[in-house]
Design a protein around this ligand. Structure first.
Ligand code: KG4
Ligand code: ZN
Length: 397
């Protein structure tokens, strides 16, 4: 069984095709193709992701990306005859995406129905216009080619992305065996839009036990990076700059909510503290590249301290038998080393799970793994009616 996965919740247009692996007793998947088009350059000049632009770029990218994905998976073939296309239906499904409508109509006329047996698509959370393009694209494919759809929660994708083995693209069994995990686990999700501590009771069963009351970690990284003169997305650049920083009396920063006693986070005060610090340094002519590196280090350590502290608390409170880290900020090795140390020093033998490096940020294989879990668990009752499927910008785990 071949499955197409679609992710468009933010600024990456991502498609992949996996093959559900029937050869073994334990169900598994093989990756046939996996492509991502990043819109970073488009959004950089706005200093953040601009939803209308994200929607336009997804609409522009999806059809050419589908063709490429099908080709790489060996599932692409053109028709000899011009296929008839249900134009009225497509017009209705894609009335808010005229550019996509034109492209997809041309595509349906040109290619044979591919050997795709299910579609997994990100339903939310994310930017509403961006999500809708992906959802409507999935609906159009599902309706015209008569393929079932399974909607996926993007945050669950960040959790299940840890299931991929190293070198997953070249493995017959791309995932670790899902039955070999011990629950409950705690998942720390750190991305541009979310900061959450999630109790993972089983695959597919989650409860948010702590989250940010204001900015997400990635958002704070990006905003502080911008104050330090780095272009969007500044998170990775800030962590790069921090490598050259040294601890300095002048750049001490607070650890917000560290002793709040609960599992809530807050990063907006930290961001404001950096703003005041920069103003003060500028006034005293002390704001230079050296100081920028020192601030980057100090900020990253403040964030790390809070994340480590709250994660530890959640692990103890819920008797966690494993720690999962997910989301774009899980690419930050300073943060992940600190969490790994926490486990080694205080939770001896408790496993630590990180996504493979290129699966930390948004991609569609994470959607494939979350869809796979639901498909395994609920079978065809996990599918929904494409006629009524809606994007949900505020979808919760
Ligand atoms: O999960 P993701 O790709 O998109 C969302 O779903 O939000 O996360 C993107 C976020 C951005 O804020 C980006 O700056 C941040 O992850 N990020 C980092 C690093 N790499 C990506 N933040 C800190 N250090 C990094 N190395
Ligand atoms: Zn994400």
């Amino acid at each position: 069984m071949n499955i197409l996965s679609i992710e468009t919740s933010c600024d990456e247009t991502a498609l992949s095709i996996i093959q559900r692996n029937q050869s073994s007793n334990a169900p598994n998947i093989k990756v046939l193709s996996n492509l991502v088009i990043s819109q970073i350059d488009t959004h950089a000049e706005y200093g953040g992701v601009f939803p209308a632009l994200a929607k336009r770029e997804h609409a522009r990218n999806l059809c050419p990306l589908l063709v490429q994905t099908l080709k790489e998976a060996g599932l692409y073939s053109e028709t000899d005859t011009v296929a008839s296309v249900p134009s009225a239906l497509l017009k209705e499904v894609l009335h808010r995406e005229p550019e996509l409508l034109d492209k997809i109509t041309a595509l349906f006329t040109k290619i044979e129905k591919p050997e795709i047996h299910a579609i997994y698509v990100t339903q939310g959370p994310g930017l509403s216009p961006a999500l809708w393009v992906g959802v409507n694209f999935a609906r159009a494919l599902a309706l015209v080619w008569n393929i079932p759809i399974l909607p996926v929660n993007h945050m669950e994708g960040h959790i299940t992305s840890i299931l991929f083995k190293e070198d997953y693209a070249n493995k017959e069994q791309a995932l670790y065996n899902i039955d070999e995990y011990h629950f409950p686990m705690i998942a720390l999700l750190i991305s541009g839009g979310h900061t959450q501590l999630v109790l993972v009771k089983a695959w597919g069963e989650y409860e948010i036990v702590g989250e940010t009351i204001d900015d997400a970690v990635g958002e704070a990284f990006d905003k502080v990076a911008r104050m330090l003169g780095m272009s969007y997305p500044g998170g990775p650049k800030l962590s790069q700059a921090a490598l050259k920083g040294v601890p300095h009396e002048r750049v001490k920063l607070p650890r917000p909510m560290l002793s709040s006693g609960d599992l809530r986070f807050s990063f907006s005060g930290l961001k404001t503290a950096v703003r005041y610090l920069i103003d003060d340094l500028k006034e005293h002519h002390e704001f230079d590249d050296t100081m920028i590196a020192n601030i980057a280090l100090s900020f990253q350590e403040a964030v790390t301290d809070v994340l480590v502290h709250k994660t530890k608390q959640a692990m103890i409170e819920y008797g966690a038998k494993g720690l999962i880290i997910g989301g774009g900020v899980s690419a930050n090795t300073h943060i992940t080393s600190a969490l790994r140390n926490l486990l080694q020093q205080e939770f001896h033998g408790t496993p630590f799970y990180l996504p493979q490096k290129n699966l930390c940020g948004d991609n569609s294989l994470m959607i494939a793994s979350a869809g796979f879990i639901h498909h395994e668990k609920y079978g065809s009752s996990a599918f929904v009616d494409p006629d009524t499927l809606q994007a949900q910008a505020n979808l919760r785990l």
